[in-house]
Design a protein. Structure first.
Length: 464
């Protein structure tokens, strides 16, 4: 007896989520692990799409996919250089000699290869979201254990590293050093932990085995303290209150749990104060300088953009002399500014389109805990994206797609696939209604007797 297609697909999608959270913590582009994960995403999402082809998709997500694809293709298609020169400084016109006696040609992107790589990553994330949306809400919720498994692995690695005094650094064989947990950037791991708090709160308020979920919540809070990121500690404290108070108040023991939550916040706040105070200050790059420099670059390239994935090629040209540091600036530390710089006005419109769909869907949800808490997780990552670049990490980009799948999920798939129809027909043939079976048996001359809530067939012939 086979299971429903949506339940079969969840194992593929769940495995992809787990692998991305454990293997995709690198921040540098072109890593072999990220390429393998993209292949896994395409494979799992395609299998899901094929099996559930007849189920309705998420139209705004499909529209965003198509628009982003068209915008990316427009950046790498050669166009007359005169068109690019009209909207960009001359130094950033990557023109080439004419082909076949034609005028000089150029591309909008400063590096077509980087744009293709960045575009493939973004499209794969949207594609995975569309696949997770197709399986329906029940199957999407069943992916939470896979997510929690990846989260637990990172927590255990954080504790192992902290217990060794930071000297037990795990070096990945797939291209990056794990500075904290399985992540190359500890701030990104802190963002993932903070974004996971609402999801764990939902599990605490909805699942039967709450003690395991509460224990995982404590692990998250302790791991945030062990990582030592000041922003992560404060953000985790705020998200903890926002997530647990509404979730626990619905339970029968809401008052007791509210008191326990207050004590937890007090103890955790004291630990956060001690941990932050123990951090020694040092000379660091000012994110304010990143913002001002990015704005100067945007003011000169906002019409066409410079091409997705080309931030570090254009950023040094707009740096002030006093803003030059020995460290290398590879991102704007603000994903929104970076998208506008690389994508131009079209990139800004795509971001606004996503935010508008997000807010409109939130207003339609009402009092639904899953949607409210998944929205909070989305907001945590979006807020962190204003001061960092977490969505450039595969281990956060895939969970972000998962949070969106939970938020935009329907109660059930509205249009079952052909395989679902076949399965229901087979089940109806095997276990039909008792009245229908009785009618068939009477017409065949076989009596039926009730037995254990069903109908037991006997071999007695009807006496004329």
């Amino acid at each position: 007896m086979t299971t429903a297609p949506s339940h079969d697909c969840r194992y593929l999608l769940g495995a992809v989520i787990f692998c991305c959270m454990t293997l995709g913590g690198g921040t540098m582009r072109g890593q072999p692990a990220d390429s393998l994960l993209l292949i896994a995403i395409i494979t799992a999402a395609t299998c899901t799409m094929v099996r559930l082809w007849s189920r309705p998709g998420f139209r705004p997500g499909q529209l965003l996919f198509v628009l982003l694809l068209c915008a990316g293709i427009a950046q790498i298609i050669p166009v007359p250089a005169s068109l690019v020169q009209a909207f960009r400084p001359q130094i950033f016109v990557p023109g080439s000699s004419g082909l076949g006696g034609m005028d000089q040609w150029s591309t909008i992107s400063l590096s077509a290869s980087r744009t293709i790589s960045a575009l493939a990553t973004a499209l794969c994330a949207i594609y995975l979201f569309l696949a997770m949306h197709k399986i329906g809400r029940d199957a999407a919720v069943s992916l939470i254990p896979f997510y929690l498994a990846g989260l637990l692995v990172n927590c255990l690695v954080v504790f192992l590293n902290y217990s060794c005094g930071g000297g037990c650094n795990i070096v990945s064989l797939l291209g990056h050093d794990a500075a904290s947990g399985l992540f190359e950037n500890q701030n990104h791991l802190s963002a993932l932990f903070c974004a996971s708090i609402p999801l764990v709160a939902y599990v605490i308020s909805s699942y039967r085995r709450r003690y395991c979920s509460i224990l995982l919540m404590l692990f998250l809070l302790i791991a945030l303290l062990a990582i030592g990121s000041e922003a992560g500690i404060l953000l985790g404290l705020a998200v903890l209150v926002l997530a647990l108070v509404p979730a626990l108040w619905r339970t029968r023991t809401g008052t007791i749990l509210a008191v326990g939550l207050t004590l937890t916040v007090a103890v955790y706040g004291y630990g956060a104060f001690v941990r932050i105070g123990a951090e020694e200050g040092g000379a660091t790059l000012e994110r304010r300088d990143f913002v001002f420099t990015s704005l100067r670059a945007i003011s000169a390239n906002w019409r066409l953009g410079t091409g997705y994935g080309t931030f570090d090629l254009i950023y040094p040209h707009y740096e002030m002399l006093e803003d030059v540091y020995s460290a290398y600036v590879n991102h704007a530390h603000n994903d929104f500014l970076e998208i506008v710089l690389e994508g131009g006005v079209i990139g800004a419109l795509l971001v606004l389109l996503y935010l508008a769909v997000l807010l409109c869907h939130l207003l339609k949800q009402g009092d639904k805990p899953l949607q409210q808490l998944s929205f909070l997780s989305i907001c945590v990552l979006l807020a962190h994206s204003t001061v960092d670049y977490p969505l450039r990490t595969m281990a956060i980009l895939v969970p972000f797609a998962f949070f969106n799948a939970l938020f935009f999920s329907r109660d059930n798939a509205l249009a079952p696939s052909w395989n679902d129809h076949q399965e229901r027909a087979g089940n109806a043939d095997r276990t039909g209604p008792a009245a229908f079976s009785a009618a068939v048996n009477l017409s065949a001359g076989v009596e039926g007797t009730p037995h254990s809530g069903g109908l037991e067939l006997t071999n007695r012939r009807r006496v004329p």
